[in-house]
Design a protein around this ligand. Structure first.
Ligand code: KG4
Ligand code: ZN
Length: 358
């Protein structure tokens, strides 16, 4: 089954063609980072307009790269949440319209499910290691910090999440405080490499609690107080960045170790932009070596937001529905023009499914 996938939940426009027999045919990605840089964060209205501006040129490029005609597409899938509602509506409207024009089924994809299943796409393409269920996924991006137990396709249990800021958000806000360019995470991480990790004593939030939740706003505030108390803060930038990064990494690693134990898992998958952080990666790999689990990281292009993971997750679901005869049902055909864009969409509302091969 050949499926077109569209991602537009935040500041990345992604499109991809995924074939359930042959894997990923092609994908294209456009990042709006420069557009939002001068505002120091994503501006929702600008994001929506830019998705609209870039989506059709990207689709044309995609079909040219994959060398397949529109007529071969068997289904269209698009991110329906969670994300920025205006941005989601662009991808949803374009996805539904194309499906209607091509007379093929359209399906909504949960952005987080797509992140969770992305490593399976790579394993299938022999680019990654095979994964065993159950595995634990740490999703750490600018908008999310969550630990999920993945027991099977569509069987997800939220083990813990942030009660306030996401890890990436804490990186970005701390970087902004230090006058680093947006998005601050990579800039702060680069600075931290030259600093001393124990130069400042910072809290490791929530580590004394038995649950698997996170909180980063207290740490962020503590860094600000330290920064404001310094006579020449610029002179201590690298040390403060390193101490902050160490506090975040210690917290994430401790909760991941606990989550893997609780879930009885052998694999830990890390997805989302913060997963690109080298110190976090190295620390998780070391923890895994000590405690007998493998920490796996999708290649960076599939770790951050992209259209390929949406096409992949949606194609697995569509093919399963087709095999079960659900695509012919009146309920599925009845609402071709209806679009949903969800700011929130709890993962445990998804149904379980068994992927079929065609
Ligand atoms: O998954 P992602 O690309 O997209 C969204 O959240 O929409 O994640 C972006 C986040 C940003 O907060 C960015 O600062 C952070 O990931 N990030 C990093 C690093 N690279 C990206 N944080 C820490 N260290 C990095 N190397
Ligand atoms: Zn994402």
């Amino acid at each position: 089954m050949l499926v077109l996938g569209i991602e537009s939940s935040c500041d990345e426009t992604g499109v991809a063609l995924y074939d359930t027999d042959n894997g990923l045919l092609a994908h294209r990605l456009y990042s709006q980072i420069e557009l939002h840089a001068e505002y120091g964060g994503v501006v929702p209205e600008l994001a929506s307009r830019d998705h609209l501006r870039k989506l059709f040129p990207l689709l044309r490029e995609l079909f040219a790269a994959a060398e397949v005609p529109f007529a071969q597409v068997d289904g269209v899938v698009y991110t329906s949440g969670p994300g920025l509602v205006g941005a989601l509506m662009v991808g949803a409207a374009v996805g539904r319209a194309l499906a209607w024009a091509w007379q093929v089924p359209a399906l909504e994809v949960h952005h987080m499910e797509a992140h969770l299943l992305a490593p399976l796409m790579e394993a299938k393409q022999d680019q990654g290691e095979a994964l065993d269920f159950p595995f634990v996924a740490l999703l750490v991006s600018g908008g999310h910090t969550m630990l999920v137990k993945v027991s099977d396709f569509g069987e997800y249990e939220l083990l813990g999440e942030t009660l306030d800021d996401a890890a990436g958000e804490a990186f970005d806000k701390t970087a902004k405080l230090m006058g680093l360019p947006y998005p601050g995470g990579p800039a702060l991480a680069a600075l931290a490499a030259d600093g001393q990790r124990d130069a400042f004593t910072l809290p490791r939030p929530m580590l004394n609690r038995p649950d698997l939740d996170f909180s980063f706003s207290g740490l962020k505030t503590k860094v600000r107080l330290v920064w404001e108390s310094l006579e020449d803060p610029a002179a201590h930038k690298a040390d403060l960045a390193a101490s902050f990064e160490q506090a975040v990494v210690d917290t994430l690693v401790a909760k991941c170790r606990k989550a893997v134990r609780v879930a009885g898992a052998r694999h830990l998958v890390v997805a989302g932009g913060v997963g690109a952080n080298r110190h976090l990666r190295a620390s998780l790999v070391r923890a895994g070596e000590r405690e007998d689990f493998r920490a796996l990281f999708p290649t960076p292009e599939f770790c951050t937001d992209n259209g390929a993971m949406i096409a992949h997750a949606g194609a697995l679901r569509l093919a399963a529905m087709k095999a079960a005869g659900q695509l012919d049902s009146e309920a599925f055909k009845a609402s071709p023009a209806h679009i949903d864009a969800r700011a929130r969409w709890p993962l445990d509302q998804l149904s379980a499914f068994q992927p079929s091969q065609s």
